[in-house]
Design a protein around this ligand. Structure first.
Ligand SMILES: Cc1cc2nc3c(=O)[nH]c(=O)nc-3n(C[C@H](O)[C@H](O)[C@H](O)COP(=O)(O)OP(=O)(O)OC[C@H]3O[C@@H](n4cnc5c(N)ncnc54)[C@H](O)[C@@H]3O)c2cc1C
Length: 296
């Protein structure tokens, strides 16, 4: 299959691409095949071809919710990132945006246009597509509630448009999870741009102080548990694991639901630390913490 993929898409497919530099953890092995298409047409052609040839495909946004194992990933990883053309259009109280646009760009554009609702999401890393995939959010809001409709592709490259009525968004999950978001249209409420800007700046300052430092490899690890009434970070702190270290991975001192890494860290260090936290929280608080982070 390899030679066929390389011949069919000359200059587009890389082999044995290190995925570490494409993820926020900055860890892990290679993708057997990796493509960073520069047009949406090529993107869809890649999906169609991979589906015909039964090549497993994974979609990578900005890699902020993925830990790649040492072994790397077999099959084709396609980046839906900055190499693809981006679209961001504000029309009255609606914003149309392509799936590869950074979430923070969408937030800032909405706030500038006096459109309120998602200003609390400022500073959350990732693309709009990745955000909708996991219906990301904060204590006060999530992205899914503002979606009006989306243009999506299935893994065989078939494109369709879905309306809000046909989508389901829950806590950190969405019915779009099996599709690729090509474009999304959001509907927001009109508000005073100055007040919105102040709110966004305040959130940004709070977030910066409670998130890992920018230079560190990092990832947000657990879903909040509904059983205990305590957030995942409160549970990790409660069992005394703030700052706990395994190899080059440690629980972030600023926020216990993040793991941060040293340059000598391996994916196995992170996985061992995750298991240790899960065991301790289960033993001392009786709660099974589930992963929000995807392990590839
Ligand atoms: C420092 C830090 C802070 C964070 N804070 C928060 C927070 O406050 N709240 C919160 O909810 N999350 C938070 N996260 C998690 C993370 O930001 C989100 O999960 C992010 O939205 C993932 O987007 P991405 O583009 O990086 O996707 P990736 O990590 O690249 O991929 C994640 C999943 O999305 C899929 N995907 C990517 N692009 C698309 C697309 N176009 N269409 C469909 N699926 C796609 C991938 O296939 C994969 O399954 C944080 C993460 C970090 C590292």
């Amino acid at each position: 299959m390899s030679s066929k993929l390389l011949t069919k898409f000359p200059g587009i497919i890389q082999t044995q691409e290190p995925l570490a530099m494409h993820t926020w953890f900055q860890l892990g092995g290679n993708a057997e095949y990796f493509a960073e298409p520069q047009s949406w047409e090529t993107f869809l052609d890649l999906l169609k071809y991979a589906s015909l040839e039964n090549i497993p495909v994974r979609i990578l946004g900005s890699g902020s919710n993925v830990l790649v194992r040492n072994e790397g990933v077999s099959g084709l990883v396609i980046s839906v990132g900055e190499a693809l053309p981006s679209l961001l259009e504000v029309n009255e109280n609606c914003v149309r945006v392509s799936g590869n646009v950074p979430l923070s760009r969408l937030v800032i554009a909405a706030v500038r246009a006096g459109l309120g609702g998602i200003e609390d999401l400022i500073g959350i890393p990732g693309t709009v597509g990745g955000a909708l995939h996991g219906n990301i959010g904060t204590d006060s809001t999530d992205i899914g509630q503002f979606l009006k409709c989306a243009k999506i592709a299935s893994l065989d490259g078939t494109v369709s448009v879905v309306d809000k009525a046909d989508m389901i968004f829950g806590y950190h999950q969405s019915s779009l999870a099996d599709s690729i978001v090509l474009e999304a249209e959001f509907e927001f409420r009109e508000e005073n741009p100055l007040e919105l800007t102040q709110r966004m700046q305040k959130r940004w300052i709070i977030r910066k102080a409670s998130q890992p430092m920018g230079h560190q490899g990092s990832g947000r690890i657990f879903r909040n548990s509904t059983e205990s009434g305590m957030s995942a970070s409160e549970l990790v702190e409660h069992v005394g694991m703030l700052g706990t270290r395994v190899g080059g991975a440690s629980v972030c001192e600023r926020h216990a639901n993040y793991i941060v890494t040293e340059p000598d860290c391996t994916p196995n260090d992170v996985l061992r630390l995750i298991r240790l936290i899960q065991e301790q929280v289960h033993e001392h608080a009786g709660i099974r913490l589930e992963l929000e982070l995807e392990i590839w």
